[in-house]
Design a protein around this ligand. Structure first.
Ligand code: SAM
Length: 280
C-alpha cells in the first residue's frame, strides 16, 4: 500500500495506479489535496454513528481510504466499471474482510444500504437528485457540491440564494456550508469552485400533511419570487394544483400574504401549504 506521512493513501499515486485521467463528461474530478481529503470526514459531528458509512462516487478511492480509517464498515457506489474494479483490487483486504462493499452502478438507481452517515465528493451532474435521495433517510451527510449549489442549499430566507432548493433541504435537516474548496484541489480541475456541506437531520418544527403538495406549492411560489405571496398564489395555481387561488388568499393571514416568497421560512411555507391543501 502506498501511503503518505499520515498513513493514508496518496491521491496522486492512486490515480496513477488506477491508470485513469478522470473524464469531466462522466463527472470524474478526483480530489488530490490531502488536507481537504483529511478534513472532509472530520466534518461529521463527534457523536455521529460511524458504524456504516456510505460514499457515492468512489473514484480512485482517496476518500474511501479516509472513510475506512473512520468507520467500521463502508459501502461505496461507483458507476464506472473500471473504477469499481480498481476499488475492489486496491482495497482487496477490506473487501475480503467485509469492511468494504463496492456497489457498481448508478447511485440514483442502486438500492442504497442502511447507512449510518454519508460522506461523499459527489458527481455534480446528479447533485439535486442524489441530495433528495439521501436527505429523507434522516442521517448525517457531509457532501461536496458545486459552490453555488451548496450556497443555495444552505441559504437563509431573504437572501438572493434562497429558493426551493433551500426550503427542500432545510425541511429535512439543518444545512451548513462548512468549507469552500478551490478548483485546484481536484484533477482534472472542474470549471467552478466547490464547497462542502454538512447536514444534521432533524424533524421540522412544523408538520405538513402532504409532503408532495408542499414541494409543488413551494416550487410554484418561487416561480414568482419577486411578487407578493398574495399574487404568487393567484398566478401559479396551474403549477401548485390549487383549484381556487382566491379562496386560499381569503383564508391566509395578511402577514404572510404581504411577504415575498423569497422571505418565507420553511415553516411559513408549511403553514400556507396546509391551508392551501383544502382548496385543491
Ligand atoms: C467527483 S468524482 C469523486 C471521486 C472520489 N470520491 C474523489 O473524491 O476523488 C465522482 C465519482 O462519481 C462517479 N459517478 C458519476 N456519476 C455517477 C453515478 N450516477 N452513480 C455513481 N457514481 C457516479 C464518477 O465515475 C466519479 O468516480
Amino acid at each position: 500500500m502506498n501511503t503518505d506521512g499520515t498513513g493514508r493513501r496518496d491521491p496522486d499515486r492512486l490515480i496513477r495506479r488506477a491508470g485513469v485521467r478522470g473524464d469531466p463528461d462522466r463527472d470524474q474530478h478526483f480530489l488530490v489535496d490531502d488536507r481537504v481529503l483529511d478534513r472532509i470526514p472530520s466534518y461529521l459531528s463527534r457523536e455521529t454513528d460511524t458504524s456504516h458509512l456510505l460514499e457515492i462516487g468512489g473514484g480512485t478511492g482517496a476518500l474511501t481510504d479516509r472513510l475506512l480509517a473512520l468507520g467500521d464498515r463502508v459501502t461505496v457506489v461507483e458507476r464506472d466499471a473500471d473504477l469499481a474494479a480498481f476499488l475492489r483490487e486496491e482495497f482487496a483486504e477490506e473487501v475480503e474482510s467485509g469492511r468494504l462493499t463496492v456497489l457498481e452502478g448508478d447511485a440514483l438507481s442502486v438500492e442504497l444500504p442502511d447507512f449510518s452517515a454519508c460522506v461523499s465528493n459527489l458527481p455534480y451532474g446528479i447533485s439535486s437528485e442524489i441530495a433528495f435521495r439521501l436527505l429523507p433517510r434522516g442521517k448525517p451527510l457531509v457532501l461536496m457540491f458545486q459552490f453555488e449549489f451548496a450556497e443555495r442549499m444552505a441559504a437563509d430566507p431573504g437572501t438572493s440564494e434562497y429558493g426551493r432548493l433551500s426550503v427542500g433541504a432545510q425541511h429535512y435537516a439543518d444545512v451548513e456550508l462548512v468549507e469552500r474548496v478551490p478548483r485546484e484541489a481536484f484533477a482534472p480541475a472542474p470549471a467552478v469552485e466547490s464547497a462542502v456541506v454538512r447536514t444534521a437531520p432533524r424533524d421540522p418544527e412544523y408538520t405538513v400533511a402532504d409532503e408532495s403538495f408542499f414541494f409543488d406549492f413551494v416550487k410554484a411560489l418561487f416561480t414568482q419570487r419577486r411578487k407578493t405571496v398574495r399574487n404568487a398564489i393567484r398566478n401559479t395555481t396551474h403549477i401548485s394544483g390549487i383549484s381556487d387561488g382566491s379562496a386560499v388568499v381569503e383564508a391566509a393571514p395578511e402577514e404572510l400574504l404581504a411577504k415575498r416568497p423569497g422571505s418565507l421560512t420553511p415553516g411559513e411555507f408549511a403553514a400556507l401549504t396546509n391551508l392551501a391543501a383544502e382548496y385543491r
